[in-house]
Design a protein around this ligand. Structure first.
Ligand code: CDP
Length: 218
């Protein structure tokens, strides 16, 4: 049987993984799963239940997660950023969410973005990308996504605040014992600092074509 085309995209917070993954999936006609939303949905449920995700096991909340939960519109707020990162450090939570992620793409392929897709979820993915950017660039982009007023007089201070939060989350994600944020040995890095979204997409498509071409001829 022909192996399904799975594209794993990992990298730190707000590096542009989601934008790339969505556009790549559309260009290749593949389904897209933002795996961060799974952890965000679990974190959200902990907050809603009044449970501290730093100290309380989140297994029950993780077991109840369905793809429909990822449609909630209250998953991309700072308190959920933090709660997601805390529940994501729990081994039991990760174990519960493995099947959802594998089943999503195992038959028909797919594009998945997260922190451990190329290392843990799909170690045999056809293409692995590690998308990154400086903390300054990531903080500026994240703030621009959220900010109601791009001309705010305290812009610099607000961006510095976002940068500190991103850095704290990356440090926690990269230093946890289970499935830490890291590039797979065979991942291709894309540093998006000086690239537009179109350039990132073109570069990713070039890597995918090269890799799938190599597989045909190899
Ligand atoms: O969008 P952003 O890059 O800010 O974060 P996200 O991808 O939505 O992920 C939120 C949190 O979920 C991360 O900080 C990680 O702790 C966790 N996560 C993970 O551990 N493994 C994944 N495959 C995806 C997300």
């Amino acid at each position: 049987m022909k192996k399904a085309l799975v594209i794993a995209i990992d990298g730190p917070a707000a590096a542009g993984k989601g934008t790339l993954a969505r556009r790549l999936a559309a260009a290749l006609g593949l389904p897209y799963l933002d795996t961060g939303l799974l952890y965000r949905a679990v974190g959200r449920r902990m907050i809603d239940a009044g449970l501290d995700p730093a100290t309380h096991p989140a297994d029950d909340q993780a077991r109840g997660i369905r793809l429909a939960d990822l449609e909630r519109d209250d998953l991309r707020v700072p308190e959920v950023d933090r709660a997601a990162s805390l529940v994501a450090a729990q081994q039991a939570v990760r174990a519960i969410l493995v099947d959802t992620q594998r089943n999503f793409a195992i038959a028909g392929g797919g594009v998945l973005d997260g922190r451990d897709i190329g290392t843990v979820i799909f170690p045999d993915a056809t293409v692995k990308l590690f998308v990154t950017a400086s903390t300054q660039a990531r903080a500026r982009r994240r703030w621009e996504q959220m900010a109601p007023d791009l001309e705010a007089p305290d812009r610099a201070a607000r961006i510095a605040e976002v940068e500190a939060q991103l850095q704290a989350r990356d440090d926690a994600d990269a230093s946890r014992a289970v499935a830490p944020l890291r590039a797979a040995d065979d991942a291709v890095w894309i540093d998006t600092d000086d690239m537009t979204a179109d350039e990132v997409l073109d570069e990713a498509l070039r890597i995918v074509r090269q890799r799938t071409g190599d597989l045909k001829t190899g």
